[in-house]
Design a protein around this ligand. Structure first.
Ligand code: C5P
Length: 211
């Protein structure tokens, strides 16, 4: 089974469906973020599932009070999302509200430079919370393989480590898999390339070499 997740951050429905269809053979799942939901509506989740048969991860990075997190997550799971990504820093009650509705992935660290300012200092506490709540997985930064190793070492076995930041943000698949990632997320390096299918195939093969 593939360990590659496509971050499908385009606005247009047709383009999204076209890229999803031509790369699906090499993917484990498709991650949908706000750009696509704002551009194409929530029904794109249902359509992507129908067209590819792949699991859909809704990367909404939910960060609200429990009731609002619940109201949003309910509609997203109903649309067919298999996993919802939620921020952990808002606290256990907000995360639990999402977990009660379906499989959840908790952000414990982010991949951009600014993540060092506020998130990285509390990563240990976020890992502790993940270990206590037992989500499907956590998000860790492919741009910092040493942090992926650290997060993996502190995390209970069985909780998956999912890492965005490969490609456009500078991370490499082999390094982050060596560091202990279970899945890698790749966006621009696939959907902005001239041949998305070929780019997905190349990254898939790099991942396979480490599996
Ligand atoms: O285009 P690129 O490969 O950089 O896309 C990465 C995707 O992963 C984007 O959808 C981004 O929002 C998401 N992400 C991230 N870093 C995190 C969490 C999510 O880059 N810590």
């Amino acid at each position: 089974m593939s360990r590659l997740i496509l971050a499908l951050d385009v606005y247009e429905r047709e383009r999204a469906l076209e890229i999803a269809e031509c790369t699906a053979d090499y993917l484990w799942a498709i991650k949908v973020n706000w750009p696509l939901i704002i551009g194409s509506g929530l029904k794109i989740i249902t359509e992507l599932k129908q067209v590819t048969g792949l699991p859909i991860i809704a990367d909404l990075k939910l960060a609200d009070i429990p009731n609002t997190n619940r109201l949003i997550a309910k509609k997203v799971f109903e649309a067919g999302a298999d996993y919802v990504i939620a921020h952990g820093f808002v606290g256990r009650d907000s995360v639990k509200a999402v977990m009660e509705l379906g499989k959840t992935i908790i952000v414990v660290e982010m991949s951009h430079p600014g993540a060092k300012e506020f998130i990285q200092p509390v990563t240990d506490k976020l890992i502790e919370m993940a270990n206590e709540l037992g989500p499907f997985g956590v998000i860790a930064p492919a741009t910092r393989p040493e942090r992926v190793s650290y997060i993996r070492s502190k995390l209970k076995p069985g909780i998956k480590v999912i890492t965005p930041g490969v490609g456009a943000q500078g991370g490499t698949a082999s390094e982050v898999l060596k560091a202990g990632a279970d899945y890698i997320i790749v966006g621009r390096a696939i959907y902005q390339s001239e041949n998305p299918r070929e780019s997905a195939r190349r990254i898939f093969e790099e991942v396979e070499a480490w599996s």
